[in-house]
Design a protein around this ligand. Structure first.
Ligand SMILES: [Zn+2]
Length: 157
């Protein structure tokens, strides 16, 4: 997850709607932004708060850019996933069916890694390739399952 200024953590586990992988590192800016941890079911002492917004990203594509001064530059194209979660009687609602999700493709953003001593540019490219293959396979399988599910259940009815 990208660091976006000050925030608190929201600990929950959901499935990415595109690749079906677990995403869990959510953030929120609706509390005191002190890197505290909140989770579904928590009692939050704020009468005026009707809902909170939590967000994360699921990385779907990485593009190796360059090595420069021992720093490796990699761009990541991600799916932005956010939820509006109701607060009822001071509690963050646990039932994910009541959460409202929205998603969009996030523009490519640069990520830098410090280059490890024995790590060559070739190693870096290979690692990115392996990651991209895994995630494109995950996306393809998810799409295939949905298509199959739709076919089975629409022909039966
Ligand atoms: Zn995903």
């Amino acid at each position: 997850m990208i660091i976006t200024g000050m925030f608190d953590y929201f600990d929950c586990d959901v499935k990415c709607p595109v690749c079906s992988n677990s995403v869990s590192d959510f953030q929120t800016k609706d509390f005191d932004r002190c890197f505290d941890h909140y989770q579904p079911g928590d009692l939050v002492d704020r009468r005026s708060l009707k809902s909170i917004r939590v967000y994360t990203t699921c990385p779907h594509l990485r593009v190796f850019e360059k090595f420069e001064n021992d720093i490796m530059y990699i761009k990541t194209q991600s799916l932005w996933i956010e939820y509006i979660i109701p607060i009822i009687r001071g509690h963050i609602v646990r039932d994910q069916n009541l959460w409202r999700r929205s998603t969009h493709e996030l523009n490519v953003s640069g990520i830098r890694f410090h280059k490890r001593d024995t790590f060559t540019e070739q190693d870096a490219r290979k690692e990115v390739e392996v990651w991209n293959k895994k995630i494109t396979d995950d996306i393809r399988i998810t799409e295939f399952e949905r298509k199959l599910h739709e076919e089975i259940y629409t022909t039966k009815s």
